[in-house]
Design a protein around this ligand. Structure first.
Ligand code: PLP
Length: 525
């Protein structure tokens, strides 16, 4: 052997033998099942202070491998559980939920165990084709227009998050705008056109739209409004469509080109629903009124609320979806599928792949070259991708559409229970109409009380509730309703969306809120 030949490492890595993996996996599966059973007895919000978890962990990595069989699950109970906020707790009413279910966790485990990297059809045909089929299933289950499904000439893709889907939609919209208005133009003229494209969303839309504008270069930072317009909303949080039309006309007047509108079905603050038929009319007018005839791309963000569309009786919320070019929602919020899983559909997949397809030589293969297959790496920013379709597949097969519908309906029913209780409690007021499973409320203003004072009492009420460790709520601010006091209203959000939440839990939540109101200092406000 030549002297410079690579030498064998002193210690070959100690791979975990399959039988040991089996034993440990069974033990951890059992620990997870126990966790789901006992989670209700734990404080919802982690009592940890900043640095507690860090201090409990060794500062340096282990030099030699450890026996995980000896460490687990004891280390989970000792080091990790005390630092958890329990998203699967039945009294978790904060943010939007992060649903999980047995079938979904099994799908996640399979994806990890198979270790497939599904960037191209050829890197695992099952990874691509299961995703195509499951997204057609789910699109059909939501009642999406047929043109959004593969079988109707469109198609869907699983991204990690709704934020990634927004980035994809903005890039597809830019591609469409350049194709429509800049076809055959010089590179300079195309660059000039791209520099005049402007995008629109509402002031209550999720911050992922502004972040998407930053990521794609339409804004220099979150505060840059030169080509990003945040359209005002009505007090419930829905986009003021007249203001949208006006903003577009004004922008066109100064040489900007409206190319993208982000609508929301179920805003984060109060699950407000933008009117898609009205937005569609504005976009038609916009396209009809100008020589270029570019119809801005309409992306609908239904991150949380999209799950509701499995129930036909809630589909009126999505009326006008035919006006949209793309639609996305998170099964990982409210459809029993663990994070991460966002579904994005478009009836214009060529604009999405046109924007995102770049083919280095090493990725070329016969099936892709023939154009015979879907290569999902062209449908989003990352190249590599996990086999996430497995979990959606198992969830849909386990529950069936009937099971999914029953799940959503029950949460909406329970939210209505809370809403009725708030409406009947004179010390509270509903701060926005309830459209789905979110109840938004605040202390009822006392005669002559300023919004600032009500806001202070609302924040104190929230803190008292969360400090109890028995339930967890979050807050937001909504636009003022009092014309004489423009101060935004601080409101509490109670979202019924955890897998284990039953009627007894929401009734207990109402009792806890009543007790927290009873404990309000007499002088407060
Ligand atoms: N859109 C809405 C309406 C949301 O409420 C959220 C998060 O709560 C998002 C987008 C962002 O979701 P993700 O974490 O999947 O990017």
């Amino acid at each position: 052997m030549p002297d410079d030949a690579p030498q064998r490492a002193d210690h070959a890595p100690a791979h975990m033998p399959p039988d040991e993996f089996r034993r440990l996996a069974e033990r951890l599966a059992s620990w997870i099942a126990d966790y789901w059973t006992r989670v209700e007895r734990l404080p919802v919000r982690s009592p940890a202070s900043p640095g507690d978890v860090l201090r409990a962990l060794p500062e340096h990595p282990p030099e030699t491998g450890e026996d995980l069989g000896a460490a687990l699950p004891a280390d989970l109970d000792r080091l990790i559980v005390p630092g958890l906020t329990h998203w699967q707790h039945p009294m978790f009413f904060a943010y939007f939920p992060a649903n999980i279910s047995g079938p979904s966790v099994l799908g996640e485990l399979l994806a990890a165990g198979l270790g497939v990297q599904g960037m191209l059809w050829s890197t695992s045909p099952a990874c691509t084709e299961l995703e195509m089929r499951v997204l057609d299933w789910l699109g059909e289950a939501l009642g999406l227009p047929e043109s959004f499904l593969f079988r109707g000439g469109g198609g869907g893709v699983i991204d990690g998050t709704a934020s990634e889907a927004v980035v994809g939609a903005i890039l597809a919209a830019r591609h469409a705008a350049l194709r429509t208005l800049g076809d055959g133009a010089s590179p300079d003229a195309r660059r000039d056109l791209a520099s005049r494209l402007a995008l629109y969303t509402s002031a209550q839309a999720h911050s992922s739209f502004v972040k998407g504008a930053v990521v794609t270069g339409f804004a220099l930072d979150a505060g840059d409004r030169s080509r990003v317009r945040l359209i005002p909303t009505d007090p419930a949080g829905a986009m003021d469509v007249v203001a949208l039309g006006r903003a577009m006309r004004e922008d066109e007047h100064v040489g900007l080109v409206p190319f993208f509108v982000g609508a929301t079905l179920g805003t984060t603050g109060a699950t407000a629903v933008d009117s898609l038929p009205a937005i569609g009319r504005v976009l038609d007018e916009c396209a009809g009124s100008r020589p270029s005839a570019l119809r801005p791309w309409l992306h609908v963000d239904a991150a949380h609320a999209g799950a509701m569309l499995v129930c036909p009786e809630f589909r009126a919320l999505a009326e006008g979806l035919a006006h949209a070019d793309s639609f996305s929602f998170n099964p990982h919020k409210w459809l029993l599928t663990n994070f991460d899983c966002n579904c994005l559909w478009t009836h214009r997949p060529r604009d999405l792949t046109g924007a995102l397809s770049i083919t280095p030589e090493y990725l070329r293969n016969a099936a892709s070259d023939r154009g015979a297959v879907v290569d999902y790496r062209d449908w989003h920013v990352p190249l590599g991708r996990r086999f996430r379709a497995l979990k959606l597949w198992l969830v849909m097969r386990h529950y069936g559409l009937d099971g999914l519908r029953a799940y959503i309906r029950e949460h909406v029913r329970l939210a209505a229970v809370v809403e009725s209780w708030v409406a009947a409690e004179p010390r509270l007021e509903l701060a926005a109409p309830r459209t789905m499973n979110l109840v938004v409320f605040r202390p009822a203003p006392r005669p002559g009380e300023t919004t600032t004072s009500v806001n202070t009492r609302a924040a104190a009420l929230l803190e008292r509730l969360n400090a109890s460790g028995r339930m967890f709520l979050t807050h937001t601010t909504l636009p003022a309703t009092d014309p004489n006091d423009p101060t935004p209203r601080y409101v509490l959000r109670l979202c019924v969306g955890s897998v284990q939440t039953r009627e007894s839990h929401v009734r207990q939540a109402c009792d806890l809120i009543r007790e927290a109101l009873d404990a309000e200092p007499a002088s407060a406000g």
